[in-house]
Design a binder for this molecule. Structure first.
Ligand SMILES: [Fe+2]
Length: 417
């Protein structure tokens, strides 16, 4: 893929909780379905069967598993529950490819996905074709009432698959980064160019703002309820923190200065031996970074990538500044005041991933999608170079644990002076 990566168009999708909708059209649903499913295969097409089996750490999953799990999602939540004529592709696949849905039954251990050589890549391709054909048949023949019932589930399934499209790239990059010959996922890939225009700081005066997702457009349940938040006064950096900024932090002993770090963060940095962002390697005295295009020189002007929350927090303290809250980020991004809010790196905020006031997870198994993860993680805003087109929005709440850094994660600063 290239930096302009994805071929998927914005999905003609609506509110998964379906309150005020005109009747969905089967044609547009089928088109959206095939577009998203095709993008997964396009991303997988650059990987060999061997590439698709590897699991380089428990947090990363094999590409083959991503392809199968996203397929299981449609089999489990759409076909299995709404299409009487559907026959599951294989009796073992629900166990192998359920991720974390307790309500959907027992499942294989997450950290052992890389031990599954069979079913093989060809079997998974056949599984995808089986489910794709069944979905197209079902959507094409469903009456209006059935379509109205299942359209929200299909939309969740497509947005879910887009999330896994990003994970396919972060996970294979982590695997390739363990390989001494540093394979390129796509030799033609280049890092996106940052914008870098405008004043350095965006000032947000004190004000009460409406935040969260309003309207009928697609969103995950964690973006609701819409509510009001007091924001400011604060200044947000218009630009992302760069590699040059990060090298200055490193040169000033940032990784070795305990007083800059949260205690858990310094423990993680010491335990993991962090001396630079993830995927950075010193080659003949020069820092290089493992990218989707292979091992490249560190570009000082590019946004820093593959830093954990702990590192972002230490950097902010070293710089005499802070990380923004997710609400500050949302207000500034809504006003189109942030450069590269989307499309390069997810940006750590200092907001805990917790429910918005009055939030309740949706009923049923899909209630396990977001709500049960609302503790001990931090919110990231924006999107990254690996996020499929049409998947990001200003209210989107991504979340990871504070030590995680294999995703395309960076930061921008906030200043309260
Ligand atoms: Fe999933």
């Amino acid at each position: 893929m290239t930096s302009s990566a994805s071929a998927t168009a914005p999905l003609p999708i609506t509110d998964a909780r379906q309150t005020s909708r005109s009747a969905p059209q089967s044609g547009s649903l089928i088109e959206a379905f095939l577009t998203v499913r095709g993008e997964t295969e396009r991303r997988a097409a650059l990987l060999s069967p061997e590439d698709q089996v590897i699991q380089s750490m428990p947090d990363a999953s094999p590409a083959k598993w991503h392809r199968a799990h996203t397929t299981w999602f449609f089999e489990q939540f759409v076909l299995g529950q709404h299409c009487r004529a559907y026959t599951p592709f294989h009796a073992d696949y629900a166990f192998l490819f359920n991720s974390y849905y307790v309500s959907a039954g027992p499942r294989h251990t997450r950290g052992e996905r890389g031990l599954i050589t069979r079913p093989g890549v060809a079997d998974i391709a056949a599984y995808r074709r089986h489910v794709d054909a069944a979905m197209v048949d079902f959507l094409g023949s469903a009456d209006a009432a059935t379509l109205a019932d299942i359209a929200p589930l299909v939309e969740v399934g497509l947005n879910h698959e887009q999330q896994h499209q990003e994970l396919m790239l972060t996970d294979i990059l982590h695997a390739f980064a363990q390989n001494p010959i540093a394979p390129a996922y796509d030799p033609s890939w280049t890092f996106p160019t940052p914008t870098g225009a405008g004043e350095e700081w965006v000032s947000l005066p004190e004000g009460i703002h409406t935040v969260g997702h309003a309207g009928d457009g697609y969103h995950f349940d964690n973006e609701r309820p819409v509510h009001r938040a007091l924001v400011g006064p604060v200044k947000l950096a218009r630009n992302l923190v760069t590699n040059a900024d990060w090298v200055a932090f490193m040169a000033d002993g940032g990784y070795a200065t305990a007083t800059l770090w949260l205690m858990d963060g310094f423990a993680a940095a010491s335990r993991e031996g962090w001396q630079a962002p993830g995927h950075w390697y010193k080659v003949e005295g020069e820092w290089r970074i493992m990218t989707l295009g292979g091992l490249k020189p560190v570009d000082p002007n590019a946004p820093v990538c593959h830093v954990s929350y702990y590192e972002a927090d230490a950097f902010a303290r070293w710089s005499g500044r802070h990380l923004p809250t997710e609400m500050e980020w949302e207000v500034a991004a809504r006003g189109h005041q942030l450069n590269d809010a989307f499309g390069i790196v997810w940006q750590w905020t200092r907001s805990a991933y917790s429910p918005y006031p009055g939030y309740r997870a949706i009923e049923g198994a899909l209630g396990e999608y977001n709500g049960k993860f609302m503790v001990n993680q931090l919110v990231l805003r924006g999107s990254s170079l690996a996020t499929p087109a049409g998947h990001s929005r200003v209210t989107y709440r991504n979340f990871f644990y504070p030590h995680h850094r294999w995703q395309f994660t960076g930061l921008r600063l906030a200043d309260y002076a």
